[in-house]
Design a binder for this molecule. Sequence first.
Ligand SMILES: C[S@@+](CC[C@H](N)C(=O)[O-])C[C@H]1O[C@@H](n2cnc3c(N)ncnc32)[C@H](O)[C@@H]1O
Length: 269
Amino acid sequence: MKPSISDVQEYLSLEPLTTRIQTHQRYSEFPEDVERTVQQAVSLSEDADLLDVGCGTGAFLRNLAQRGHRGRLVGLDTSPAAVHALHDVAGVSAQLGNAMGLPYDAAAFDVVTARHMLYHVPNVRRALAECRRVLRSEGVFAAVVNRPGTTPQVSALVAELVTSAGIDIPVVPNSRVNSDNLPEMIASTFGAVAVHQYDNALVFDRPEPVIAFAAAQLSFYGVEPDSALRPELTRAIGAKVRAWFASEVGPWRDPKGYVVCTARQGQQG
Ligand SMILES: C[S@@+](CC[C@H](N)C(=O)[O-])C[C@H]1O[C@@H](n2cnc3c(N)ncnc32)[C@H](O)[C@@H]1O
């Protein structure tokens, strides 16, 4: 299998990421608020200095700043678009950088978060060691990853169409790093890990949001953002999903779930 598509390329535009996030916000069977779940998992105090690794759209840090967070808020991402998304947010600084070599002094933060980003990091253990290094004594780390095989129906549809277009599917990010293997990696870096699981499903009663969500996954299946095959594949996704809704009774229900793993600096000697 060839390696996954360049992450820098996938996140040059934040549009597919935004579509995926909005789909989870709008179409989850039970209300889903990953930001709040993470804040609760780390018992975030208003004075905590927080680093968000792989900050993406920046919504997590922006919302904290707008709610009056008093500690330092720092975002880091390999994507220039992600850094730009935070450039004018008062109370937040954002920096281009890589989780595998954090550009911060040791013991600089009280909290380090890595939400839905470790899938993309080539050396996860090195990134975890970096997160631990920049945490103060008793500082808290939180990582969010999906369960393996989350939203299987959408995944199967995209995989089938991409394969029929003759594209060699790479290792899909969520099959590389997920709730099955991340807790052990965190435990071996920090000495212990706590895992909280949140199960849910995406439920769609019409084709359009399924089509948008499926098309927003194409990069992970080896279709480059600028590939000439994209329009054709998006049409093929549309045709399949519309045919499904025409032939089935009831909504499209795709199970999903994520875990929040937390660990504390200082648990390992
Ligand atoms: C799936 S998005 C998640 C964004 C955000 N954390 C969220 O949960 O909405 C993954 C993010 O990680 C970033 N990323 C990928 N590899 C990275 C790395 N090695 N170091 C830092 N950021 C990385 C991507 O550019 C992207 O913004």
